[in-house]
Structures are given as C-alpha cells and as structure tokens.
Ligand binder design. Structure first.
Ligand code: MG
Length: 263
C-alpha cells in the first residue's frame, strides 16, 4: 500500500486540513483514511479524490525524531576521507527539518555550500526497544524516500553535525510511505537540475535495515512515526540556488524539491 498525506484540492469538498489517504493501485485515485494510519489504523472514510487534484505533503511528521546513519556506503566513506565504520554512526535531525515533495529547501545565510544526500528512509510503526534483527519487520510501518540535506561547510567547521543537518527544510520526505517495499538491489539516485549525481544500489549499504534497527533501538526507544535515514552513497555534491533536486528509489518513488536563492 502507498500512503499519502495531502492538502485537498479547493473544489474537493474535503475541507482545508491535511488528510491521509491510500493511493489506489491505479496510481490516480486516493481513498481518504480516517486519521493518521500510523496511530489510527487504515479505515477508509469512503471519500475519494485524485492525486492530480491534491498537494502532497510529507507522508509522516515525526512527533519525536529523525535518526540518521552516517557513512553507510563504503564509496561515500571513501569520498569523505573516512574508513568504513565498524559500527553504525548515528546522529539526529530535528523533526522541524521535515518538508514534503515539491516544497522548497531554504538555503541558510550561514552556509556557502548546501549538499544533497539521497537516502532510503524507514518509518517506524510501533514503540520498540532492543529489537532483534529477525523481528525488525514487526516494527517497520513502511519506507519512503529522503534527502539528508547538509550544509557541508558547517559540517566541517563544527566538528559535529547538529547545525549542518538541522536547518528547517533540510529533511525532505516523500512522496508516500510504501508499506510493501522490500529493500534489495533497487537503484537509488540523485540528480540536480536533471543532471545525475548519485547512482547506487541499496544493497551497497554497509549496515542493512535489520542491523540498523537493532543497533539504534539498543540506544534509544523508537516511537511510532520516528524516521530512520539509512545513509547516502557516493556522489554527494552541491545544490544549485533556485534549482531543483530529485532523489529516486526504484520501486519506491521519486522526491523532487526546489531550492531557494542563496540565503
Ligand atoms: Mg546522510
């Protein structure tokens, strides 16, 4: 199933508040769901609208946290001048950094260089702690596409990453949550102004989804709606002011965002 969150069209009769919906198999019709399916289940209200009539929003708004894995592809660790880590490196992005498809990444005045990082995102469906790797599917709600936007100059300057990774708008997510996606050898790509920059396969991750959830949940309790970004492959590079950036994962979806003028 593909779950979207959206602002209804002005003539839909569905009001003005954001809604959740199920994107039907035809890829066109959206069946409205009563409440947030992560907390309230998947009951349809009977209302139907069309994908072309709505504005998609981030499919999940984490109430608690976005956990990120650093240097999880060997070729990316190499381009950063780092060794392959022996255990996952984790950091956090604030939930206030989340934006949705087609929203604008705002270039902060503090930074000269803002980069894209194409990543697979895991959406957690239930509260959990110390999840064994063979049980991770019990706690995964689904997957979406993410861009771990990073002020690269500030990352180097600060020595830790809270500022560089934490600006408002620095965590685009979408276009939907796919509850049936199974990570394997799918292609993950990023392009800037339609020019290819990152092109890898999900099975090039050093730590796979089971290891990541096991590790992170040994550190912190995971809550429904938490999101885990699984790291980016080689090919990171700068966004272009007033340009666009697209992250795509084969079989999952494509996430495009505009970029503001330099701050
Ligand atoms: Mg990253």
């Amino acid at each position: 199933m593909r779950i979207v969150r959206f602002s209804p069209g002005p003539n839909s009769g569905l009001g003005t508040d954001p809604l959740f919906g199920l994107l039907e198999e035809d890829g066109t019709n959206i069946s409205v769901i009563a409440g947030d399916p992560i907390y309230a289940g998947m009951s349809k209200t009977g209302a139907v609208t069309q994908l072309s009539d709505v504005r998609l929003l981030a499919p999940v708004i984490p109430r608690s946290k976005v956990v990120c894995i650093g240097k999880n592809y060997a070729d990316h660790a190499a381009e950063m001048g780092s060794d392959v880590p022996s255990e996952p490196i984790i950091f956090l992005k604030p939930n206030t950094s989340v934006i949705g498809p087609n929203d604008t990444i705002v270039w902060p005045a503090m930074s000269e260089r803002v980069d894209h990082e194409a990543e697979l995102a895991i959406v957690i469906g239930r509260i959990c702690k110390d999840v064994p790797r063979e049980r991770v599917n019990d706690v995964i709600f689904g997957y979406t596409v993410a861009n771990d936007v990073t002020a690269r100059d500030l990352q180097k300057k600060d020595g830790q990453w809270s500022r560089a990774k934490g600006f408002d708008t620095f965590c685009p997510l979408g276009p939907w949550i796919d509850t049936d996606f199974i990570p394997g050898t799918q292609r993950i790509t990023a392009s800037v102004n339609n020019e290819s920059k990152q092109d890898a396969r999900l099975n090039q991750m050093i730590f796979g989804v089971p290891e990541i959830i096991q590790f992170v949940s040994q550190v912190m309790t995971l809550l429904p709606g938490d999101v885990i970004l699984t790291g980016t492959p080689a090919g990171i590079g700068a966004l272009q002011p007033q340009g666009t950036v697209t992250v795509a994962i084969e079989g999952l979806g494509e996430l495009t965002n505009r970029v503001s003028a330099r701050g």
